[in-house]
Design a protein around this ligand. Structure first.
Ligand SMILES: *Cc1c(COP(=O)(O)O)cnc(C)c1O
Length: 376
């Protein structure tokens, strides 16, 4: 008889539900024997990486036999000058390489933050309908997750502030949030930051910041000098089109970066990702084209939702959560059989919605046709 391994682990690990990723195209091909599949399930950039990143990736093959630079010197330099120069506000903050922590995707960084700062004696606050990784990393370390009810699908920052206790170590905020696409404006965020005790780390996850250009969208990298307990996380997986390479980062007070760097794996950012991300930062034309495509696709999809009489959550990201009225899972399944992969979001407390990533015009059109046929 084999050992009951589950009995060896703590309750928080035993009851963990693994992250549910978007279904890979190859898996659906195997399962249903269909080809010509459209995947709009993981908020990937339909354009993929831009020409500059592609060139850097090709050049990098020569160096792949060597370990990467464990300190990511070149990318941190590039990020520091990019972040110091790119603030939309009048005075740009001074960001130094010592304030940056690189990760194997920003997911890696989110987990590092939880591991470094929270223990089973602590609480971690996040919103209902927020990114699934926050409760996951909280539970994995045995800390207590405190989920604050959302208001109109968005974060209720005053309620999140009220949920902070002496045991709270971390507050996770997604701005914009995935899967709802809701976002928090400058006034609301600044009021929150001003009121949070400085022993509580506020993590603002800006994975989709490149897609939003509202003038009252708060750039948190600009707020670090005023709020030393603030950590901003960003990624190259979305607008920069490098999801498969896994590269993201945090910007924070240098003392926080130092702590995160003690815990991370020595080579958590790989050579190709470092090279591609450094090149991608200079490719402003690609980010601009990405945004143009996304804006057009968002319009195409929301026009179609209006036509079909479907409610949706207005989104600032590269995806939209649409209310398919009835069971999201059933419509998801029907779409799969038509070769269209989207994301069911019942596990986010949104059983009637599906999240669709914004793709190329043809892909969006294919989804709309399939959706129309799948609605009962
Ligand atoms: C996609 C996403 C991330 C990060 O993805 P990585 O690929 O790990 O960088 C982080 N936060 C949110 C809200 C996301 O949607």
């Amino acid at each position: 008889m084999t050992c009951d391994f589950i009995s060896l682990v703590s309750g928080n690990i035993a009851s963990l539900q693994p992250y549910r990723p978007g279904k890979p195209i190859e898996e659906l091909e195997r399962e249903l024997g269909i080809t010509d599949i459209v995947k709009l399930a993981s908020n990937e950039n339909p354009l993929g990486p831009g020409p500059m990143a592609r060139e850097a990736i090709a050049r990098c093959i020569e160096d792949i036999g060597r370990y990467p630079d464990g300190n990511g010197f070149v990318l941190k330099q590039a990020l520091a000058s990019h972040l110091s120069a790119s603030g939309p506000e009048v005075t740009s903050a001074m960001i130094t390489p010592g304030m940056i922590t690189l990760g194997n995707g920003s997911n890696d960084v989110l987990e590092l933050i939880a591991r470094v700062f929270a223990t089973p004696a602590h609480e971690v606050v996040f919103s209902e309908h927020a990114f699934a990784v926050y409760p996951l990393v909280t539970q994995a370390i045995g800390a207590r997750g405190v989920m604050v009810p959302a208001v109109r699908w968005g974060h209720d920052l005053p309620a999140m502030l009220a949920a902070i206790t002496e045991r709270t170590r971390i507050v996770f905020i997604a701005n914009p949030n995935n899967p709802t696409g809701t976002w928090i404006n400058t006034g609301v965020l600044d009021a929150f930051l001003a009121a949070v005790p400085e022993t509580v780390l506020v993590v603002v996850d800006e994975a989709y910041r490149e897609y939003i250009e509202a003038t009252d969208y708060p750039d948190c990298a600009q707020r670090l000098s005023e709020h030393p307990n603030l950590i901003v996380t960003r990624t190259f997986s979305k607008a920069y089109g490098l999801a498969g390479l896994r590269i993201g980062y945090a910007v924070s007070h240098p003392d926080i970066a130092d702590l995160l760097n003690r815990v991370r794996q020595p080579f958590n950012a790989n050579s190709m990702a470092l090279a591609a991300a450094t090149a991608a930062l200079t490719d402003t034309a690609h980010v601009r084209e990405t945004k143009r495509l996304n804006d057009a696709g968002r319009q195409q999809l929301t026009d179609a939702f209006h036509g079909l009489g479907l409610d949706y959550i207005p989104s600032a990201g590269n995806f939209i959560a649409v209310d398919v009225g009835g069971s999201g899972e059933a419509v998801y399944d029907a779409l799969l059989h038509k070769g269209v992969i989207v994301r069911p979001v019942g596990n986010y407390g949104l059983p009637n919605h599906l999240r669709v990533s914004i793709g190329f015009e043809q892909e969006n059109a294919r989804f709309i046709r399939a959706l129309q046929e799948s609605l009962i």
